[in-house]
Design a protein around this ligand. Structure first.
Ligand code: FAD
Length: 314
């Protein structure tokens, strides 16, 4: 039996992999894709130790760092995906999409999150026909065009900043009066002459012919309906934790995040089975209050320290 199974290859999973190897825990790290969510970012400026790094380079560095420890006590299973988890008194079993099964004394989940989809008429129909979830991937296709970014957090502002390099105008459509993004980013983006802002706006429909031609929205204060003419819509309205495969085995909050003890990152079992949980979780898949690369990495290290004590004392 293994000491530990780690699920995920983002900043949290990679950090845990390195620490587990350094502690000589017999570990399997299951990775669906290296790097995690910020892989699509052009320019990450707050990964400590790197004043500027692209998401692709960050992913590459994480992979290389983990692989420099692989082969001894650490095995990397890539590409594969964890699809089921079962806790028992003396072990946890994780099943992968490939059909492989691993048993371990403990499991650390760092499965992160994926983008929330826009649920209004036309959104699905025009996806990849003017409506997109990735500015880095699709931004250059919108050169010289009027586009909107839906959302008000860091991802929305980062998307707007990227699009300003190509687009004629970028309109930020925000559901409330205030933005959730960092003040410094908000100020930088809003100071650009080609940025427009519509606040208190709830999108109601995507319109189009062959491709997107507009966004209908409702003023949440007055109820008035308006249409914005544009050729591109970039959606940045939040993240959904990659935890649907855990809903029967762990306690999840109402948006599906794994509920953890913030002191240790230990997760609770979904119904009290009379034995302690052997599962920990870190990063964007948890109910931790803030979600960032550095936090994901740090929380995974915290979890690893606790898992090490648990394994050595049981
Ligand atoms: C566009 C964008 C830009 C961002 N920019 C920044 C930034 O500049 N600075 C910053 O600090 N943060 C930024 N963030 C936030 C940051 O990316 C996240 O907080 C961070 O990636 C969380 O790391 P994580 O390891 O918890 O999860 P993730 O990065 O989501 O990684 C999860 C990993 O687990 C894998 N996985 C998922 N499910 C399974 C499974 N069942 N089996 C196996 N593997 C699985 C995934 O493939 C992935 O490798 C940005 C986010 C986005 C979307």
């Amino acid at each position: 039996m293994l000491d530990l199974i780690i699920v995920g290859g983002g900043p949290a999973g990679a950090s845990a992999g390195v620490y587990a190897a350094r502690k000589r825990l017999e570990t399997v790290l299951v990775v669906h894709e290296w790097g995690g969510q910020s892989t699509v970012s052009d320019n990450i400026q707050n990964w400590i130790g790197s004043p500027k790094i692209s998401g692709q380079q960050l992913a590459e560095n994480l992979r290389k760092h983990v692989e420099s420890y692989a082969g001894d006590s650490l095995s990397v299973v890539f590409p594969d995906t964890a699809v089921a988890l079962k806790q028992e008194n003396d072990k946890v079993t994780v099943t992968l999409a490939s059909g492989k099964k691993y048993e371990a004394r403990a499991v650390l989940i760092t499965a992160g999150a994926t983008r929330r989809k826009l649920q209004i008429p036309g959104a699905e129909e025009y996806e990849q026909k003017g409506l997109t979830y990735c500015a880095t991937c699709d931004g250059p296709l919108f050169e010289g065009k009027d586009v909107a970014v839906i959302g008000g957090g860091n991802a929305a502002f980062e998307t707007a900043a990227q699009l300003l390099a190509y687009c004629k105008t970028v309109t930020l459509v925000n559901r409330s009066e205030t933005f959730r993004a960092d003040e410094i980013t908000v100020r930088a983006v809003l100071s650009h002459p080609n940025v427009r802002v519509i606040k208190n706006a709830a999108p109601t429909a995507v319109t189009g012919e062959k491709f997107v031609t507009g966004l209908k929205w409702k003023d949440v204060k007055t109820g008035a309906e308006e249409t914005l003419s544009l050729e591109g819509i970039f959606v940045e309205i939040g993240l959904l934790p990659n935890t649907s495969w855990l809903k029967d085995s762990l306690v999840l909050n109402k948006i599906g995040q794994i509920v953890v003890d913030p002191l240790t990152q230990r997760a609770a079992i979904s119904d009290d089975k009379g034995f302690p949980s052997r599962v920990w979780a870190a990063g964007d898949c948890t109910d931790g209050k803030y979600h960032q690369n550095n936090i994901a990495a740090g929380d995974a290290v915290k979890a690893l320290e606790d898992i090490y004590l648990f394994i050595k004392s049981s």
